[in-house]
Design a protein around this ligand. Structure first.
Ligand code: GUN
Length: 283
């Protein structure tokens, strides 16, 4: 049996066309979703991500602003920019690209963003709403993982979901979202004993550890849904996920490729959050 490949690009394109249609309707009421992206310094990967976010805004008819600050910018300068954007009516979503330079306190910056405009879903109020189950702005990559599973027609309720990784950006929030969808959830991490044995009991296996090809067929139950959140640059310049795709292909039931799986969903969910924030701020 060969696993079915989950086509993140196609699913992402379908959601973007839904967002585009809704944006056009809102435009008729004089509402244009606005996103501000803040980039501090010259991190090459961050520059690429920020460029992609700007392009997505243009394609969907959103208003966007990109604020580029020098790597030497002070925390006070960044906080004062966030304060200005918090009060700016044309801006419904604010995203500060991470990582930030070492002299800036990431938590202080995230806390300063108005929770209404927190399209990254990283603010403590957003995280609290996520856990309680309230309707709120959900973190983009975890929300993208859930959409991929649902739009592939896979039922989550009642399944055993195993998440490998416990980061604040992916592992913890995706675990909470799977729980909200009524999965039975196990979280594994670097100190977990017998991780392969636990992973092998998963109907849905989500991997977010940031280690190229670390998870092979020994971790996968026959027929399982394998969602690979990792994006790692190999020495030959190619991209690889945290899952050894070729190795699990004839064991898993479904698997996401890297690139072309979870990756395309992240910016799409950011656009969906910005649209949602615009509607909520107008309501
Ligand atoms: N850097 C890498 N991923 C992300 C993300 O999802 N949001 C932000 N703000 N920065 C990132």
């Amino acid at each position: 049996m060969t696993a079915q490949r989950i086509e993140g690009k196609a699913i992402s394109d379908a959601i973007r066309s839904e967002i585009g249609a809704e944006t056009a309707k809102l435009a008729a009421q004089g509402i244009v979703p606005g996103l501000a992206v803040v980039l501090v310094g010259e991190d090459p990967a961050s520059k690429v991500y920020v460029g992609s976010k700007e392009k997505a805004c243009q394609q969907l008819g959103f208003y966007s602003e990109v604020h580029r600050l020098e790597a030497s910018a002070t925390q006070e300068e960044l906080l004062s920019l966030i304060d200005k954007l918090n009060h700016q009516e044309t801006i419904h979503g604010i995203l500060v690209q991470l990582p930030l330079p070492k002299h800036i306190n990431e938590k202080a910056v995230i806390d300063a963003i108005s929770a209404d405009k927190d399209v990254d879903g990283f603010h403590p109020v957003s995280v609290g709403n996520l856990v309680i189950g309230d309707d709120s702005l959900l973190p983009c990559t975890p929300a993208g993982v859930i959409e991929l599973i649902k739009r592939t027609g896979i039922e989550i309720a009642g399944k055993h979901a195993v998440v490998i990784g416990r980061s604040n950006i992916v592992g913890k929030p995706v675990s909470m979202l799977l729980l909200r969808e009524h999965a039975t959830v196990t979280i594994c991490h670097s100190r977990t004993a017998n991780m392969a044995d636990i992973a092998k009991t998963a109907d849905i296996l989500v991997v977010a550890i940031g280690k190229a090809k670390a998870i092979g067929r020994d971790y996968v139950k026959p027929g399982a849904v394998v969602i690979d959140v990792g994006i790692n640059r190999l020495e030959d310049g190619k991209l690889a996920g945290d899952v050894d795709y070729e190795d699990v292909l004839d064991v898993a039931g479904y698997v996401t490729p890297v690139p072309g799986g979870v990756g395309p969903m992240t910016i799409t969910m950011l656009m969906q959050n910005t649209l949602k924030a615009a509607k909520q701020q107008r309501a």
